[in-house]
Design a protein around this ligand. Structure first.
Ligand code: ATP
Ligand code: MG
Length: 364
Protein backbone atom coordinates (compact mmCIF):
# COMPACT_ATOMS: atom_id res chain seq x y z
CA UNK A 1 0.00 0.00 0.00
CA UNK A 2 1.19 3.49 -0.80
CA UNK A 3 2.34 5.60 2.13
CA UNK A 4 0.20 8.68 2.74
CA UNK A 5 0.77 11.76 4.90
CA UNK A 6 -2.32 10.78 6.91
CA UNK A 7 -0.85 7.38 7.74
CA UNK A 8 2.38 9.07 8.83
CA UNK A 9 0.53 11.47 11.10
CA UNK A 10 -1.58 8.63 12.53
CA UNK A 11 1.57 6.65 13.33
CA UNK A 12 3.18 9.62 15.05
CA UNK A 13 0.17 9.82 17.35
CA UNK A 14 1.70 6.75 19.04
CA UNK A 15 4.83 8.71 19.99
CA UNK A 16 4.57 10.59 23.28
CA UNK A 17 6.76 13.40 24.53
CA UNK A 18 7.99 11.67 27.72
CA UNK A 19 7.97 14.92 29.72
CA UNK A 20 4.73 16.47 28.51
CA UNK A 21 3.02 13.05 28.46
CA UNK A 22 1.00 13.71 25.33
CA UNK A 23 1.60 12.60 21.77
CA UNK A 24 3.66 14.69 19.37
CA UNK A 25 0.75 15.33 17.00
CA UNK A 26 -1.58 16.57 19.74
CA UNK A 27 1.25 18.76 21.06
CA UNK A 28 1.63 20.34 17.61
CA UNK A 29 5.25 19.23 17.42
CA UNK A 30 5.03 17.63 13.96
CA UNK A 31 5.46 19.85 10.90
CA UNK A 32 6.17 19.57 7.15
CA UNK A 33 5.18 15.96 6.60
CA UNK A 34 6.17 14.88 3.09
CA UNK A 35 5.92 11.51 1.38
CA UNK A 36 7.56 10.43 -1.84
CA UNK A 37 7.25 6.69 -2.52
CA UNK A 38 9.04 5.00 0.38
CA UNK A 39 10.66 8.26 1.47
CA UNK A 40 9.01 9.86 4.47
CA UNK A 41 10.20 13.12 5.97
CA UNK A 42 8.90 15.44 8.67
CA UNK A 43 10.08 17.94 11.26
CA UNK A 44 9.82 17.51 15.02
CA UNK A 45 9.72 20.85 16.82
CA UNK A 46 11.05 20.27 20.33
CA UNK A 47 10.48 22.62 23.25
CA UNK A 48 14.23 23.23 23.61
CA UNK A 49 17.30 22.50 21.48
CA UNK A 50 18.93 21.22 24.69
CA UNK A 51 16.33 18.44 25.02
CA UNK A 52 17.93 15.43 26.73
CA UNK A 53 15.32 13.18 25.08
CA UNK A 54 16.20 14.28 21.53
CA UNK A 55 17.71 10.97 20.36
CA UNK A 56 15.04 8.94 22.08
CA UNK A 57 12.22 10.92 20.41
CA UNK A 58 13.98 10.68 17.03
CA UNK A 59 14.27 6.89 17.30
CA UNK A 60 10.68 6.52 18.53
CA UNK A 61 9.45 8.43 15.44
CA UNK A 62 11.42 6.24 13.04
CA UNK A 63 10.20 3.08 14.79
CA UNK A 64 6.57 4.24 14.73
CA UNK A 65 6.67 4.82 10.96
CA UNK A 66 8.31 1.45 10.34
CA UNK A 67 5.93 -0.35 12.68
CA UNK A 68 2.59 1.27 11.82
CA UNK A 69 3.13 2.42 8.22
CA UNK A 70 5.75 0.51 6.27
CA UNK A 71 8.67 -1.62 7.39
CA UNK A 72 10.62 -0.46 4.33
CA UNK A 73 10.01 3.26 4.74
CA UNK A 74 13.10 5.46 4.52
CA UNK A 75 12.52 7.94 7.32
CA UNK A 76 14.19 11.32 7.50
CA UNK A 77 13.41 13.22 10.72
CA UNK A 78 14.47 16.85 10.98
CA UNK A 79 14.83 17.70 14.68
CA UNK A 80 14.42 21.41 15.46
CA UNK A 81 13.24 23.40 18.45
CA UNK A 82 11.13 26.39 19.32
CA UNK A 83 11.79 27.24 22.95
CA UNK A 84 8.55 27.67 24.87
CA UNK A 85 7.63 30.64 27.02
CA UNK A 86 4.82 31.70 29.30
CA UNK A 87 5.95 35.29 29.58
CA UNK A 88 3.53 37.97 28.54
CA UNK A 89 4.81 40.59 26.13
CA UNK A 90 5.59 44.01 27.53
CA UNK A 91 7.26 47.07 26.09
CA UNK A 92 10.61 46.65 27.86
CA UNK A 93 13.90 45.36 26.47
CA UNK A 94 13.02 42.03 28.14
CA UNK A 95 10.04 41.57 25.85
CA UNK A 96 11.67 39.11 23.46
CA UNK A 97 13.28 37.00 26.16
CA UNK A 98 11.44 33.71 26.48
CA UNK A 99 12.77 32.55 29.85
CA UNK A 100 14.63 34.37 32.62
CA UNK A 101 16.41 31.99 34.99
CA UNK A 102 18.08 33.07 38.23
CA UNK A 103 21.03 31.12 39.63
CA UNK A 104 20.87 31.54 43.38
CA UNK A 105 22.10 30.18 46.68
CA UNK A 106 21.65 31.16 50.28
CA UNK A 107 25.37 30.78 50.90
CA UNK A 108 28.31 32.57 49.26
CA UNK A 109 31.11 30.84 47.42
CA UNK A 110 29.21 27.64 46.58
CA UNK A 111 29.72 28.13 42.84
CA UNK A 112 26.79 30.19 41.52
CA UNK A 113 28.91 32.14 39.08
CA UNK A 114 30.69 28.99 37.89
CA UNK A 115 27.35 27.24 37.38
CA UNK A 116 25.81 30.31 35.69
CA UNK A 117 28.64 30.75 33.16
CA UNK A 118 28.83 27.06 32.27
CA UNK A 119 25.03 26.82 32.06
CA UNK A 120 24.86 29.78 29.67
CA UNK A 121 27.63 28.43 27.42
CA UNK A 122 26.26 24.87 27.47
CA UNK A 123 22.81 26.08 26.35
CA UNK A 124 24.41 28.19 23.60
CA UNK A 125 26.44 25.23 22.37
CA UNK A 126 23.23 23.22 22.00
CA UNK A 127 21.76 25.87 19.74
CA UNK A 128 19.83 28.18 22.09
CA UNK A 129 20.03 31.99 22.08
CA UNK A 130 21.38 32.88 25.49
CA UNK A 131 22.22 35.95 27.55
CA UNK A 132 23.69 36.35 31.01
CA UNK A 133 23.32 39.13 33.56
CA UNK A 134 25.94 39.32 36.27
CA UNK A 135 23.81 40.81 39.02
CA UNK A 136 26.34 40.29 41.80
CA UNK A 137 26.65 43.93 42.67
CA UNK A 138 29.22 43.33 45.41
CA UNK A 139 31.40 40.75 43.69
CA UNK A 140 30.83 40.55 39.93
CA UNK A 141 32.91 37.76 38.42
CA UNK A 142 31.46 37.09 34.97
CA UNK A 143 33.69 39.56 33.15
CA UNK A 144 36.64 37.39 34.25
CA UNK A 145 34.90 34.09 33.55
CA UNK A 146 34.01 35.29 30.02
CA UNK A 147 37.42 36.93 29.51
CA UNK A 148 35.97 40.36 28.71
CA UNK A 149 37.48 42.53 31.49
CA UNK A 150 38.81 44.98 28.94
CA UNK A 151 35.57 45.34 27.01
CA UNK A 152 32.57 47.59 27.52
CA UNK A 153 28.95 47.32 26.42
CA UNK A 154 28.38 49.21 23.16
CA UNK A 155 25.68 51.68 22.22
CA UNK A 156 22.31 50.53 21.00
CA UNK A 157 18.74 51.69 20.73
CA UNK A 158 15.39 50.19 21.70
CA UNK A 159 12.20 51.83 20.47
CA UNK A 160 14.03 55.10 19.93
CA UNK A 161 15.67 55.15 23.37
CA UNK A 162 19.42 54.76 23.93
CA UNK A 163 20.40 51.39 25.41
CA UNK A 164 23.53 49.30 25.96
CA UNK A 165 24.53 46.59 23.50
CA UNK A 166 25.59 43.51 25.48
CA UNK A 167 29.16 42.23 25.16
CA UNK A 168 29.31 38.89 23.37
CA UNK A 169 31.60 36.05 24.39
CA UNK A 170 31.38 32.34 23.50
CA UNK A 171 28.07 33.21 21.80
CA UNK A 172 26.52 34.49 25.05
CA UNK A 173 25.22 38.07 25.33
CA UNK A 174 26.60 39.42 28.57
CA UNK A 175 26.10 42.47 30.73
CA UNK A 176 27.59 42.86 34.18
CA UNK A 177 27.81 45.33 37.00
CA UNK A 178 31.51 44.55 36.56
CA UNK A 179 31.52 46.82 33.47
CA UNK A 180 30.39 49.73 35.64
CA UNK A 181 33.43 49.70 37.89
CA UNK A 182 37.12 49.06 37.30
CA UNK A 183 38.81 46.02 38.89
CA UNK A 184 39.98 48.03 41.91
CA UNK A 185 36.75 49.97 42.43
CA UNK A 186 33.80 48.90 44.53
CA UNK A 187 30.25 49.83 43.72
CA UNK A 188 29.30 51.59 46.93
CA UNK A 189 25.54 51.63 46.76
CA UNK A 190 23.11 51.11 49.58
CA UNK A 191 20.18 48.67 49.27
CA UNK A 192 17.57 50.64 47.30
CA UNK A 193 20.15 52.29 45.03
CA UNK A 194 21.83 48.95 44.39
CA UNK A 195 18.47 47.42 43.45
CA UNK A 196 17.74 50.32 41.12
CA UNK A 197 21.14 49.97 39.43
CA UNK A 198 20.49 46.27 38.92
CA UNK A 199 17.04 46.76 37.45
CA UNK A 200 18.60 49.25 35.04
CA UNK A 201 21.21 46.70 34.04
CA UNK A 202 18.34 44.52 32.82
CA UNK A 203 16.14 47.21 31.33
CA UNK A 204 18.84 49.38 29.75
CA UNK A 205 20.34 46.53 27.74
CA UNK A 206 19.06 45.79 24.27
CA UNK A 207 18.93 41.99 24.58
CA UNK A 208 17.01 41.25 21.41
CA UNK A 209 15.54 37.77 21.08
CA UNK A 210 16.74 35.26 23.66
CA UNK A 211 15.59 31.77 24.58
CA UNK A 212 17.20 31.98 28.02
CA UNK A 213 18.56 34.85 30.07
CA UNK A 214 20.62 33.51 32.97
CA UNK A 215 20.95 35.73 36.03
CA UNK A 216 23.96 35.30 38.34
CA UNK A 217 22.64 36.52 41.69
CA UNK A 218 24.67 37.73 44.66
CA UNK A 219 24.65 35.32 47.63
CA UNK A 220 22.04 35.55 50.33
CA UNK A 221 18.36 36.20 50.80
CA UNK A 222 18.33 39.94 51.41
CA UNK A 223 16.94 43.14 49.91
CA UNK A 224 18.69 42.81 46.58
CA UNK A 225 17.35 39.32 45.89
CA UNK A 226 13.85 40.25 47.05
CA UNK A 227 13.61 43.39 44.94
CA UNK A 228 15.09 41.63 41.92
CA UNK A 229 12.56 38.81 42.19
CA UNK A 230 9.70 41.27 42.34
CA UNK A 231 10.92 43.53 39.53
CA UNK A 232 12.30 41.06 37.02
CA UNK A 233 9.80 38.56 35.58
CA UNK A 234 11.70 35.38 36.47
CA UNK A 235 10.63 32.07 34.96
CA UNK A 236 12.29 30.22 37.81
CA UNK A 237 15.39 29.79 39.93
CA UNK A 238 18.17 27.22 39.99
CA UNK A 239 19.49 26.78 43.53
CA UNK A 240 23.17 25.88 43.87
CA UNK A 241 24.39 24.05 46.93
CA UNK A 242 27.31 21.97 48.13
CA UNK A 243 26.70 18.74 50.09
CA UNK A 244 27.81 20.40 53.32
CA UNK A 245 25.30 20.83 56.17
CA UNK A 246 25.80 24.62 56.47
CA UNK A 247 25.31 25.08 52.73
CA UNK A 248 22.19 22.92 52.81
CA UNK A 249 20.70 24.99 55.62
CA UNK A 250 21.27 28.14 53.57
CA UNK A 251 19.87 26.51 50.43
CA UNK A 252 16.67 25.77 52.34
CA UNK A 253 16.43 29.47 53.19
CA UNK A 254 17.00 30.36 49.55
CA UNK A 255 14.22 27.99 48.47
CA UNK A 256 11.91 29.34 51.20
CA UNK A 257 12.50 32.86 49.85
CA UNK A 258 11.38 31.91 46.34
CA UNK A 259 8.36 30.11 47.79
CA UNK A 260 7.13 33.16 49.73
CA UNK A 261 3.67 34.14 48.45
CA UNK A 262 4.87 37.69 47.80
CA UNK A 263 7.74 36.42 45.63
CA UNK A 264 6.39 33.18 44.22
CA UNK A 265 9.20 32.23 41.84
CA UNK A 266 9.20 28.52 40.91
CA UNK A 267 12.35 26.66 41.95
CA UNK A 268 13.48 24.78 38.84
CA UNK A 269 15.69 22.45 40.86
CA UNK A 270 18.93 22.04 42.76
CA UNK A 271 22.49 21.72 41.46
CA UNK A 272 24.92 19.95 43.76
CA UNK A 273 28.28 21.60 43.21
CA UNK A 274 31.54 20.22 44.58
CA UNK A 275 29.63 16.95 44.93
CA UNK A 276 32.95 15.12 45.26
CA UNK A 277 36.60 15.87 44.67
CA UNK A 278 38.37 14.18 41.79
CA UNK A 279 42.12 14.64 41.35
CA UNK A 280 43.01 15.33 37.73
CA UNK A 281 45.54 12.46 37.69
CA UNK A 282 43.08 9.96 39.21
CA UNK A 283 39.88 10.66 37.26
CA UNK A 284 38.15 7.52 38.54
CA UNK A 285 38.54 8.48 42.20
CA UNK A 286 35.87 10.35 44.16
CA UNK A 287 36.47 11.85 47.58
CA UNK A 288 33.39 13.16 49.36
CA UNK A 289 35.13 15.95 51.23
CA UNK A 290 31.98 18.03 51.84
CA UNK A 291 29.82 14.98 52.61
CA UNK A 292 27.89 12.72 50.28
CA UNK A 293 24.56 13.28 48.54
CA UNK A 294 23.56 16.22 50.76
CA UNK A 295 21.95 18.25 47.98
CA UNK A 296 20.57 15.12 46.35
CA UNK A 297 18.77 14.25 49.58
CA UNK A 298 17.56 17.83 49.98
CA UNK A 299 16.13 17.72 46.45
CA UNK A 300 14.35 14.45 47.24
CA UNK A 301 12.96 15.78 50.47
CA UNK A 302 11.71 19.01 48.90
CA UNK A 303 10.44 17.17 45.82
CA UNK A 304 12.62 19.23 43.54
CA UNK A 305 14.57 17.92 40.56
CA UNK A 306 18.31 17.33 41.09
CA UNK A 307 19.59 19.16 38.01
CA UNK A 308 23.22 18.11 38.20
CA UNK A 309 26.13 16.88 40.26
CA UNK A 310 29.28 18.82 39.49
CA UNK A 311 32.59 17.47 40.81
CA UNK A 312 35.21 19.61 42.50
CA UNK A 313 38.06 19.55 40.00
CA UNK A 314 41.00 21.91 39.98
CA UNK A 315 40.60 22.64 36.27
CA UNK A 316 37.05 23.99 36.81
CA UNK A 317 38.54 26.71 39.01
CA UNK A 318 41.43 27.30 36.58
CA UNK A 319 39.05 27.43 33.61
CA UNK A 320 36.96 30.10 35.35
CA UNK A 321 40.03 32.12 36.26
CA UNK A 322 41.47 32.19 32.73
CA UNK A 323 38.09 33.05 31.23
CA UNK A 324 37.43 29.80 29.41
CA UNK A 325 34.70 27.97 31.35
CA UNK A 326 35.13 24.22 31.79
CA UNK A 327 32.17 23.23 29.59
CA UNK A 328 34.27 24.36 26.60
CA UNK A 329 36.61 21.41 27.25
CA UNK A 330 34.05 19.19 25.45
CA UNK A 331 35.11 15.68 26.48
CA UNK A 332 36.18 15.92 30.11
CA UNK A 333 33.92 14.45 32.81
CA UNK A 334 33.28 17.94 34.18
CA UNK A 335 32.29 19.33 30.76
CA UNK A 336 29.83 16.46 30.35
CA UNK A 337 28.45 17.09 33.84
CA UNK A 338 27.76 20.74 32.90
CA UNK A 339 26.17 19.71 29.60
CA UNK A 340 23.86 17.26 31.36
CA UNK A 341 22.98 19.91 33.95
CA UNK A 342 22.08 22.41 31.20
CA UNK A 343 19.86 19.84 29.46
CA UNK A 344 18.08 19.14 32.73
CA UNK A 345 17.51 22.86 33.32
CA UNK A 346 16.09 23.32 29.81
CA UNK A 347 13.89 20.23 30.24
CA UNK A 348 12.49 21.42 33.56
CA UNK A 349 11.81 24.90 32.15
CA UNK A 350 9.86 23.31 29.28
CA UNK A 351 7.86 21.24 31.78
CA UNK A 352 7.22 24.31 33.92
CA UNK A 353 5.99 26.25 30.88
CA UNK A 354 3.72 23.43 29.76
CA UNK A 355 2.25 23.06 33.24
CA UNK A 356 1.64 26.78 33.51
CA UNK A 357 0.08 26.98 30.04
CA UNK A 358 -2.21 24.03 30.88
CA UNK A 359 -3.35 25.49 34.19
CA UNK A 360 -4.10 28.80 32.48
CA UNK A 361 -6.16 26.99 29.85
CA UNK A 362 -8.13 25.27 32.61
CA UNK A 363 -8.93 28.65 34.17
CA UNK A 364 -10.53 29.88 30.93
N1 ATP B 1 33.10 22.48 40.87
C1 ATP B 1 34.15 23.25 41.12
N2 ATP B 1 35.43 22.78 41.07
C2 ATP B 1 36.49 23.57 41.33
N3 ATP B 1 36.39 24.85 41.67
C3 ATP B 1 35.16 25.39 41.74
C4 ATP B 1 33.97 24.63 41.47
N4 ATP B 1 32.89 25.46 41.61
C5 ATP B 1 33.37 26.66 41.95
N5 ATP B 1 34.73 26.63 42.05
C6 ATP B 1 35.63 27.71 42.43
O1 ATP B 1 35.23 28.15 43.74
C7 ATP B 1 35.27 29.57 43.81
C8 ATP B 1 33.88 30.10 44.13
O2 ATP B 1 33.03 29.83 43.03
P1 ATP B 1 32.03 30.92 42.45
O3 ATP B 1 32.69 32.24 42.33
O4 ATP B 1 31.43 30.33 41.24
O5 ATP B 1 30.98 30.93 43.64
P2 ATP B 1 29.80 31.94 43.94
O6 ATP B 1 28.74 31.17 44.65
O7 ATP B 1 29.42 32.67 42.72
O8 ATP B 1 30.50 32.95 44.95
P3 ATP B 1 29.90 34.34 45.48
O9 ATP B 1 28.90 33.97 46.51
O10 ATP B 1 31.10 35.02 46.04
O11 ATP B 1 29.31 35.04 44.30
C9 ATP B 1 35.82 30.05 42.48
O12 ATP B 1 37.20 30.21 42.60
C10 ATP B 1 35.51 28.92 41.53
O13 ATP B 1 36.43 28.84 40.45
MG1 MG C 1 29.37 34.72 42.31
Amino acid sequence: MAITTESVIDALKYVDDPDLKKDLVTLGMIKDVAVNGKNVSFTVVLTTPACPMKDMIHNACVNAIKHYVDQEAIVNVNMTANVTTTRTKDNTTLSKIKNIIAVASGKGGVGKSTIASNLAIALTKQGAKVGLVDADIYGPSQTIMFDVQNEMPGKSEYEGKPKMAPVESYGVKLNSVGFMAGPDQVIALRGPMASKALTQLFMDTNWGELDYLIVDLPPGTGDIQISLCSQIPLTGAVVVCTPQAVALADARKGIALFNLPAINVPVIGIVENMAWFTPEELPENRYYIFGKDGAKNLAGEMRLPLLGEIPLVQSIREAGDIGRPAVLQETTAQALAFKEMAQNVAQQVAILNATKANSELEKV
